[in-house]
Each structure stands twice: as C-alpha cells, then as structure tokens.
Design a protein around this ligand. Structure first.
Ligand code: GLA
Length: 384
C-alpha cells in the first residue's frame, strides 16, 4: 500500500527535486465517542493506514499541491493563498496553511505531494491524516518544531474554521501523538494524556460496514447540538457545568425532566461514556482484557440506543462478532452513522475471525465488507 519510496519517485518526476517525506496515520477509537467536544475522555490508537506527504521548496513563489489519490494538482501564489473552502480535497491542506498563516507564520513556496490509503468516509480519520501530514511536512520545511498537542490543535482549527466541519480534537491529536503498540487516553480538557500498551497477543480488527460516514453530515451536528442543549439546561442549576464532562448521572436524575427526551439520551451517553473510557484505560493498563471488552460492549449499546448514532449495518456487524472465537470486545468506532467497527481480538484467532465475520456480514446484509487486521502504529513523523 503506502510506500514512501514510490512517493519520492513520483515527486521527483513531477518537480525534479528530492523531497522530504512525512507520514501521519488515521486512527481507530477504542472507546470514548462524542466525548471530545464535551471536554471528556477518548482512547484512540493510530493505525497502519496513513497519509504520506512529500515536500520540497520552490523558487517561483508558488504553493503547488498534488494529490495522487485524485491525480490532481492545484497551484496558488504563496503570498495570496485561498482564505475560503471550495468543497474540494484541497480544502484540507489549504486549511492547514491558512491556519498557520493566521498564526503569523509566512508560508513558503513549495511543492507538496499527498498520497493516502486511509479509506475515505469510513470513520478512520482520513481528513485528520491529511491535515496532520500537511502540517508536519510544512512545518518541517519551515524548520519549525511545533509540539504534537499544539500541532493537533492547529489542524483541528483548520477543519473547524476552514473546512467547516465541527469536529473535536481526538482525530488530529492521535494522528500527531500516537505511539506504536499503544492506545492513548486523552483528557480533551487540558490535552494531557497517557499511553496504555495494547497487549502483544491482541489484534485490532477493523471491519468496514461500507456504509459511508461523514463528520460534515447532519447526524454529527445534530447530536452535538442536542448534547450542548442538555448541558446548557444542567448549567442553569449547577453553573460549574461548563461541558458535559462536568456533569454526572445524579445531575440527570435531578434535572433530566427539564431536558427534551432526545437531548437527555445524548447527555446520558456522553456522561456514562466518560466513566467507561477512564475505566477502560485503567483496565488496559492492568492487562484486564475481559473488562476492556465488557466496557466496549456497553459503549456500543449506549452509542446505539442512547446516542442513536449507529446504523443497522453497524449493529449487525457488532452482533455477528459476539460469539466468534477470540473476540474481546466490538463496537462502532468514530463519528457514527456508518463506517467501521473495531474488534479487539486475540491475535491467534484474528485471521479466522476476520474471515468468519466477512462471511457472516455478507450473508446477513448482501454487502461485502472490507476487514483489516491492524496494529497500533506511531503518530506523525519524518520518514526521510
Ligand atoms: C469524529 C470527530 C471527532 C469525534 C468523533 C466522535 O471522528 O472528528 O472529533 O467527535 O467523531 O467521537
């Protein structure tokens, strides 16, 4: 799949100069869904799918961006870069450049070639991988060292303010700061984090329902608005509740009757998910995999029933995994309404697990899923 040497050759053939190459991964979220924008906890891992960025300086004052996935090139004057999104793939790298420019950095003339294998629209953060790859490459070219958490925040702002998708910090953060063979528990309030090793005998099996997911879609935005409505009502009683991170199940018991029913359910998901996510990180640190699996299962039920962000196919994929040998835990991962399930599976069973799940899902839905046996990979880095 992604091959830095091939991208180097491609870039050299187009721009006649040897580039520096950087890589930024996609992610899978083990647990902690729709908690990031509520200043809560998430526990993602970076995965093998990634975006590669090749970058080299230019002498003609242009910023030239080439996307191998689309076979398309765009060129702009470095001192007059677009300030508005166009609805095209170029919004993601341009959003990063606009955000850096907004921070006072002068964007140099450059050639930037991008090539990724994170499946698009599958809830594995293809957008964050492009943003973080761009930011790492461009800051590398500029000779800047921006710490991972800050780089992630810049990329989130690119997506919020330039692309116009109202995402939280999780995807950009794990792409910038992931660690090989580890999950990362992130406190989205202060961006402090700790790494938890994924035991060597466990595989991350990612099962794509093939139902398209989009953070820009209305489902994500509606859920977020409902959660924020519930939070605002609770805050009228306890002003210290600034985000749902600050609320408890007891708050819902006391004042839930004032909250519209759907918003109440969204809040219950987020509040209980925060508790489950911290507990899952502790269980992972203690190598207590049965507890990790149970919490993942409870998280899926909450995501499906309270948050109502699953879909029939994802519920089917999770159900069909339950009695397969080697399964520790399965749930829908990412923004919801389609995309992939994450299955933590004992490594020795992973190949048969993947084959059996594929067959069962195909039989149940008529859809051929893509199933990948992954491992937790490193965050963004130079591969030159
Ligand atoms: C998408 C967003 C993230 C996060 C998840 C849901 O991936 O980009 O910020 O909100 O959905 O957990």
């Amino acid at each position: 799949m992604k091959d830095p040497a091939a991208l180097r050759v491609l870039h050299e053939n187009r721009y006649h100069i040897t580039p520096h190459i950087y890589v930024a991964p996609g992610r899978v979220n083990l647990i902690g869904e729709h908690t990031d924008y509520a200043e809560g906890f998430v526990m993602p891992a970076a995965i093998d799918f990634a975006t590669l960025a090749a970058v080299s300086p230019r002498g003609d004052g242009q910023v030239v961006i080439y996307a191998e996935n689309f076979g398309e090139e765009r060129a702009y004057p470095a001192n007059a870069l677009p300030t508005k999104a166009s609805g095209e793939w170029s919004d993601y790298p341009l959003g990063v450049l606009a955000t850096l420019a907004g921070e006072g950095y002068t964007i140099p003339a450059m050639s930037l070639s991008l090539w990724g294998d994170v499946p698009l629209g599958s809830g594995l953060s293809s957008s964050a991988a492009v943003e973080v790859a761009t930011a790492t490459a461009v800051t590398g070219l500029m000779g800047l060292t921006i710490p991972g958490p800050k780089l992630a925040r810049l990329c989130q702002r690119a997506e919020n303010e330039f692309v116009g998708a109202n995402c939280g910090i999780m995807d950009q953060f794990i792409s910038a700061n992931g660690a090989e063979d580890h999950a990362l528990l992130l406190d989205c309030r202060d961006l402090s984090y700790r790494l938890a090793p994924i035991p060597a005998d466990m595989a991350l099996v990612i099962a794509n329902t093939m139902v398209k997911h989009s953070v820009a879609g209305s489902g994500y935005t509606t859920r977020r608005a409902q959660a924020e409505e519930a939070c605002a009502i609770l805050a009228t009683h306890r002003p210290e509740i600034r985000f749902l991170r600050d609320a408890t199940v007891a708050d819902l018991e006391a004042w839930g009757h004032e909250i519209p029913p759907n918003s109440l359910k969204r809040a219950r998901h987020i509040i209980t998910e925060n508790v489950r996510t911290v507990a899952a990180s502790e269980a992972l640190l203690a190598n207590d995999m049965p507890t990790v699996g149970r919490l993942m299962h409870e998280a899926h039920v909450s995501y499906s029933k309270d948050f109502e962000a699953s879909c029939e196919e994802a519920d089917t994929m999770v159900d069909l995994a339950q009695d397969l040998p080697g399964l520790i835990g399965a749930r829908l991962t990412g923004g919801g309404f389609g995309g992939c399930t994450i299955n933590v599976v004992q490594k020795e069973h992973a190949v048969e697990f993947a084959a059996a799940l594929k067959e069962r899902y195909q039989k149940a839905t008529g859809i051929t899923p893509e199933i990948h046996i992954c491992h937790a990979s490193a965050g963004a880095h130079s591969v030159s």
